[in-house]
Design a protein around this ligand. Structure first.
Ligand code: SF4
Ligand code: SF4
Length: 111
């Protein structure tokens, strides 16, 4: 999830697996992702808890998708979330953002 324009969305946080290197965990680095919000994937990788459930929803997501939603660990979110659809906050989407929105019955952002 990005910011501003995304506050009425949150769809990407309930659409995809979110995996990242365990070096981003709070137990490893200052300002990292809370360890308890993750599950192990491999020796090197962890996953945001809830993102591989059916239906997926990241444990850190609060609010109602498509109405008002926010990441409760926004300043400490992992790199896949920081890198995802960087212009969505400006109203400019991309394929993965649009796929997530459509999955939740929301229209794609303007290209
Ligand atoms: S799916 Fe797109 S618009 Fe919705 S929160 Fe994610 S980045 Fe923002
Ligand atoms: S950590 Fe935050 S930004 Fe990343 S998927 Fe979870 S709720 Fe979304």
């Amino acid at each position: 999830m990005s910011d501003d324009h995304c506050v009425r969305c949150g769809a990407c946080c309930a659409a995809f697996r979110v995996d990242f290197h365990r070096s981003e965990l709070a137990g490893t680095t200052v300002g990292g992702v809370p360890d308890v919000m993750t599950v192990p994937v491999t020796g090197a990788l962890v996953r945001m808890r809830g993102t591989d459930e059916g239906p997926p929803r990241c444990v850190a997501l609060a609010g109602e998708i498509g109405v008002r939603a926010h990441c409760t660990i926004y300043s400490n979110r992992p790199s896949p979330c920081r890198d995802f659809a960087p212009y969505a906050a400006l109203g400019i989407g991309e394929d993965a953002c649009d796929r997530a929105r459509v999955r939740h019955g929301l229209p794609p952002l303007q290209p």
